[in-house]
Ligand binder design. Structure first.
Ligand SMILES: C[S@@+](CC[C@H](N)C(=O)[O-])C[C@H]1O[C@@H](n2cnc3c(N)ncnc32)[C@H](O)[C@@H]1O
Length: 263
């Protein structure tokens, strides 16, 4: 890879560490080392990440089943198995996806994997600046903002330290009635000190410290949306597809998940 000032290979990146947990190959030694440190500290971590990815898949299938085939995936990460466009297309081949991430390596890998697919695009932007994201020409070219759009913020808002309510509201205001908001978010609800140690590790080692939020705080992000049943729940409990999706102690999955519909 050419030398780029925006890429720091001496520091683990949340995107690449997550890729490692999911069994992907787009990570470096520094990422694997931090992931292994996290696993020693909290052996459930890979399972939690996999439960998050499984929620993402179920949420995409849900949106397509409700006739929404356009996706704005904010904080999309490194495309690992079961990407939004792959899941959506199984249900509707016409589905369109804009992937947005601010990690240059995630974006580079995404571009390589997606190639010249005309129904997907990837843009390098910071989701905290909705006006910039929405002004990217490829976004308007691929998504029709007169038709419902699913706005995905899956496992990303805990990397936003300030209150993200206004950011989410800006995307809500940009999409029409019938659109969906899909969120999963790390939480301390139901956790013990392992979760605190894990948060401290991200704060120490990465450029993207995590901010855990409570169920009430996640619910507040759905202002202006009607929560779809079962509301804000721990990851495995959001419309499980089979009994195997629900673990014995779903509350140990330190993530909350929900989908809302803009009326
Ligand atoms: C844990 S991954 C989640 C990937 C995917 N959404 C999923 O759930 O499978 C979080 C991603 O959010 C990205 N990210 C963090 N802060 C961001 C920001 N402010 N704007 C855009 N992307 C961001 C990271 O680079 C990383 O790729």
């Amino acid at each position: 890879m050419d030398e780029r000032p925006d890429i720091d290979l001496t520091r683990p990146s949340a995107a690449r560490v997550y890729d490692y947990y999911l069994g992907g190959a787009h990570n470096f030694a520094v990422d694997r080392e931090m992931a292994e440190q996290a696993i020693r500290m909290w052996p459930d971590v890979p399972l939690i990440m996999q439960a998050n990815r499984a929620f993402l898949r179920r949420a995409v299938q849900f949106c397509v089943s409700r006739g929404v085939t356009q996706f704005l995936d904010l904080g999309s990460g490194i495309p690992t198995v079961g990407n939004v466009h792959e899941v959506a297309r199984e249900a509707d081949p016409e589905s369109r996806v804009v992937y947005v991430d601010n990690d240059p390596i995630a974006v580079t890998y995404s571009r390589t994997i997606l190639g010249d697919d005309p129904r997907t695009t990837v843009v390098q932007e910071d989701l905290r600046h909705p006006d910039d994201v929405l002004a990217v020409p490829e976004v308007a070219a691929l998504l029709d903002f007169d038709r419902p759009i699913a706005v995905m913020m899956v496992a990303v808002l805990h990397f936003v330290q300030d209150d993200p309510t206004k950011i989410v509201a800006a995307y809500r205001d940009a999409v029409p009635s019938g659109s969906y908001l899909v969120i999963s978010h790390a939480t301390h609800d139901g956790q013990d000190e392992q979760a605190d140690e894990h948060t401290a590790l991200y704060r120490r080692r990465t450029a993207t410290p995590m901010t855990m939020r409570s169920k009430g705080e996640v619910e507040a992000l759905f202002d202006g949306f009607e929560l779809v049943d079962p509301g804000v729940v721990h990851l495995p409990l959001w419309r499980p597809a089979s009994p195997e999706d629900v673990a014995d102690h779903p509350e140990r999955f330190a993530g909350l998940a929900a989908v809302g519909r803009k009326p």
